[in-house]
Each structure stands twice: as structure tokens, then as C-alpha cells.
Design a protein around this ligand. Sequence first.
Ligand SMILES: [Zn+2]
Length: 275
Amino acid sequence: MASCLTSTKNYTVYVIAHCSYPVRFTSGKIPPMSNEKEYLPKIAMSIQAHPDDQDFTVAGTLAKWARSGCKVISVIITSGDSGSNNVTKGADYKPALAKLREAEQQAANAVLGISETVFLHYPDGELVASLALRKELTRLIRIYKPDAVVTGDPAAWFYGNGYINHPDHRAAAEAAVYAVFPSAGTRLIFTELLEAGHDPHDVKRLYIHGNEKSDTWVDISATIDIKIEALKKHVSQSDTHEVDKWIREWANEEGKEKGLEFAEAFRVMILKNED
Ligand SMILES: [Zn+2]
């Protein structure tokens, strides 16, 4: 892993792999940094495949926004019911594990200041970016009307030479991106949602984490301790996590090219200007 740090011409992005396997990659020249004032949505929605994905990747940003008055909704598509390789456990353990991991996510979200958590209960490890999932996410976006949606990178198949991105991560991100555009804002897509009273909603910004072309760095120096505290709530997954050390190292690495002690990096799509 250390070889990723050899060139100062490259910037390094850390990506947290599902589940509990850290990797990072270098990705070319540093893109120009936006000099825009840091954006603060009034309502934000995080859409992730598994419990703990959000807390490894974007929780510092969500906590920062929540503490600044943003209402944050956390959507977790699966409940992580395949997140155990204990040889004494079989299929009958999955419902209990799902419940346990949902409780862990609720506890983490309480630490972050997230006001609402939505579990969609899809099976862990079997997620596809189906139209049904896209419609469900579209419904949630139309109900909660977030200014910003935060998710992963649907185009990320590989990170470095050591990690194949979990297919659930890609599926969740693809469904989320296409729910944001075009489904949420287009009246005649999923007309049953319209008939149920869910009018179109335009998301203003899409925050993609784990993209090679990050263009926005959120300073999480004030919330990194909260991020770590939230991550530690995922007790069922924590046996291999050196959470404090990893998170500080990754966030420091992500921020240092921009002079930030700790940061989370995103590619941000600006879909609609502020009213
Ligand atoms: Zn995951």
C-alpha cells in the first residue's frame, strides 16, 4: 500500500472496501480545486448498499452538514445480512444479523446527528441496479426532497490492484444516480409515483465518493472524531478494523494535497443552481 504514496504528482484517494478491507489508488494529476465556498444543503440524502458503508466513506461530511442544520436522511439498501464468515453460522442467522446491523446503523446515525434512517431490506450480496430499486429510491427522493444526494461511484469496478469493488456498491450507486436523474425530476417516469402524490423533485447536487476525478474536498477536521465514534458502533464488523488509525490516515491523506488535516473527497455534479 505504501507504494501509492511515492509520487507527489499523484493524489491518493482512499476507498473503503466492503467490508473492512481498506485500499487506495492513485489517479493522476490533481484536478483544479474549486474556490467555491463550501456547500451546505438544507436536506441531504445518503444512499448506500450496506450498514457501515456510509460511515467508512462520507460520515464526516454528513455529520458536518447535520451540525450546521442540514436534515440528513440515511438510506441503507441492504441490511448487511451476509456480513459474517463465522463457520458456526448459517442461513438461519441472516435475519438476526440484519437486525443487529440495522441497530448498529441506527446507533451510528444517532452519533452523526442523522434524523432519519430508511432500510430497504434488499438481500446483501445480491443487489442489482433494477428498475424496482431505482423506483424505490425515486420515491424516497420525491418524498424527502433532498438538495444533495450522496452515494458511491457506479463506474468503479476496481480500486488499485487489491480490491474488486463490491457489486452491491456499484448497484446501489447506479440506482441512486439514475433515481436522481432522470427519474426524480421527470414527471412521466414512474407515473404510479405521481398518482400516489409524489411530485417530481430536482436534486441540486450529487456527491459521488470514491471517484478517480474528485473535484471537491470537504474539510472534516471538526467531525473526524464523530465519524470514528459512529464507525465504532458497527461492532459486528469491527474485529478487523483499526478504526482510529485507518480513518485518520485516510482522511489525512485525502486532505493533505489541499492543505486540510482531514478531508473526504468527492466528484460533485451540480445539476441545478440554487434558487
Ligand atoms: Zn459495503
